[in-house]
Design a protein around this ligand. Sequence first.
Ligand code: HEM
Length: 216
Amino acid sequence: MIVAITGIILILFVVGHLLGNLQIFIGPDWINGYSQHLRDLGPLLWLIRIFLLVTVIIHIYVTIQLAIENRRARPEPYLDREYVKATFASRHMVMSGLIVLAFIIYHLAHFTVRVTDPRFALLNADPLGHYDVYSMMVYGFQNYLVSGFYVLGLFLLALHLSHGSSSFFQSLGLNDKKLTPRLAFGGRIFAWLMFIGYTSIPVAILLGLIKPAQQL
Ligand code: HEM
């Protein structure tokens, strides 16, 4: 139940963050203004950040406890194991989750604390006086290695969500012969839509479809 509820909160964040980021396709004024609005929330933004951080910590702590309990319940490994229903995604939730965590830590250092790329500090404010998040994202993703790492992180996030986004219904007691396979299918579609949405940003930048709003 705890994993399911914290998971739903994190899924809502992933959807909201994608919608915010996709504003890069509308133009610098949109995404820079959006980012400024978030910063203008001041102490409320910090409350949201702390809430998200606590949610992530609980989600990871409880899932790892569950994984340990599962292992303890069967100290002797199976001699031969054939999977009938368990998908690759469902069997590797801890691994994909931990790599997603590493991705998020890098991502925070990259775009929130901005310590990985010294050029970000050289960016001027946009004509409306907002920090130029638009150009920061373009310069950031013009690097193939950085974009490649994001695509890898987003792929593992999608794998994690493809199981997690539907299994929470089961954890909350919603289990039905007809409904469960449909939810599993819906969860997979949702996860890969998130993947396409997020990766469209580095891909569009690498293809030169989005250019920085200012030269460095
Ligand atoms: C292509 C993919 C992504 C892009 C372009 C992107 C972009 C950004 C940008 C520009 C910021 C800084 C916002 C600002 O300071 O105004 C940010 C912050 C953040 N991103 Fe992402 N993001 C991506 C994927 C993700 C994913 C997949 C997650 C989590 C699963 C995530 C979690 C966060 C978090 C937690 C913050 C910190 C928010 C805060 O300031 O408190 N991001 N992202």
